[in-house]
Design a protein around this ligand. Sequence first.
Ligand code: FES
Length: 618
Amino acid sequence: MSSAPDLLADYDLSKPISAATGMRKGLPNYGDPHFALFLRKAFIKALGYSEDALSRPIIGIINTFSAFNPCHANIPQLIDAAKRGVQLNGGLAMEFPTISIHESFSSPTSMFLRNLMSMDTEEMIKAQPVDACIVIGGCDKTVPAQIMGGISSGKPVVPLITGPMMPGSFRGRRIGACTDCRNNWAAFRRDELDVEDIAELNEELAPTAGSCGVMGTASTMACIAAALGLMDLRAGATAPAVSSARLRVAEDTGKKAVKAAMSVIDGNLSPLNLTTILSEASFHNAITVLQAIGGSTNGIVHVLAIANRHPDVASKITLQTIDDIGRKTPLLVDLKPSGDNYMTDLHNAGGMLALLHTLRPLLKLEALTITGQSLGEVLDSTPFKTFPFSHKIIRPLEDPVFASSSLVVLQGNLAPNGAVIKASASKYRQLLSHRGKAVVFAGPADLAARIDDPDLVVDAQSVLVLQGIGPIGFLNPGMPEAGLLPIPKKLAVQGVEDMLRLSDGRMSGTAGGSVVLHISPEAALPESVLGIIKDGDVIVCDVEKRLLEVELTAEQIDQRIAERRERLAGRDEPRGLSERRRRPTRGYRGLYERHVNQAENGVDFDFLTADGATYMAP
Ligand code: FES
């Protein structure tokens, strides 16, 4: 792998520093590279490294362990195994931290911090002398943040997923975060569970380390990373966090990372960095998988953000691509919230390898993978033998869970730049074609104050509308997962379990219901139609026709927008409007509010996208 180091060559001032790899890569700029290397080696030797070790390809391992992130609790074991894989294959593994984000411990939202994590990931990979990097993530926003940062870093990056948690048990029934958190909380609100029941459930919903065990955002992003060709197909996305298979995946990831590093060090190979591996074909495959697994609506935002980091893909993958692929792709994977089962079942059914074999006619097999082989070559060399259980969890193309378009993109005068709905997770399918009167809430505080008010004018045909939870938002930025508005208590106790709900926010991937999300432009922007909807306006949603409209004329809409602009211009504190974006809000929040783009672009910062260098902020 590496030749014996020439111990003196690094100090030969008559010659330039030898090949810019490993420890010799990316030296601090003191104006004297030999001294910079001399100093670096002096410091790294404080940790006991030998010249032999320091001459190896260096594989960074990003450690996102945090006491506030139980989805990442197994990272210390994964690092041990990944290091083994690196060092068995001739590399030197160097672990370092970046920030870690967990859904429940990130205020205002974890989405607010995703771009910060991607910047941390990108900059630390670029700054430090790594030839390739293993990025360990699992909880919802971590995997997209790491892939986004990995693309922008320009170095080979190999994702390693922490893996899903095991299901728990409540009185003999399997349960798991977080679909069952939400279902049971709704049942508690309907008085079907008492306080002892809900407390007992709380003990079992997340019974082990690992990410949420249903097809939520974390699982969706793990499957997408596999479909993009970035990990082992059999176990990489699905092996449980607490399994020995997960540790073997980590060891294998170490091996893959050394190979990726060597692809760059050895100038004769095609470099296996993310911009080389990923292509329009890879994203086609990722979106096909997103639709076939009934993936999280958050997956749409993340896929768009990832695609927009890639200079050759950015303009080619849009909301329309997601809808177009959806029309041809059946939902095959029977997991909660669209189906009945858990990630461990998908793993036991054959994982992504079985799914990709099933989806083969719909895939672009020429897409490159981290192995250096095309997806078609990987599938050819790893056949999968089906068995009855695999067919139960991964249905054949001719017997799907949902015929097509699990995730649907809507447009119309209420969402000129788009909106999405997870049609397969609708509880009352008649709501997918619905006309009803709006009941409007101006932000989460207003929702909390009035949703259970016995005097709220609402019935089961009403359309619940929540404004101000988009990327910028009225009060708190970060597109909170508040799009699954609770059913008003007075209807819930009558047995109403689903209503048409609309917002500019997101919904947890583990949630279900007839919920339109990501409406763009968001209500916080002055041009937003969502921002001028009033109680009693008639909303029309027709999923078949891909339509989301309010029954107002163009003149009425323009008039209301003009009135709103005038009203807000007179305020000292024009909360949430674009004027506010230009106010000098301090710190990361200021950066976020001034630069975040809308849902259809991935909620990334305008200066981080592939065309960010030339983007002129308004
Ligand atoms: Fe981490 Fe669900 S809270 S994956």
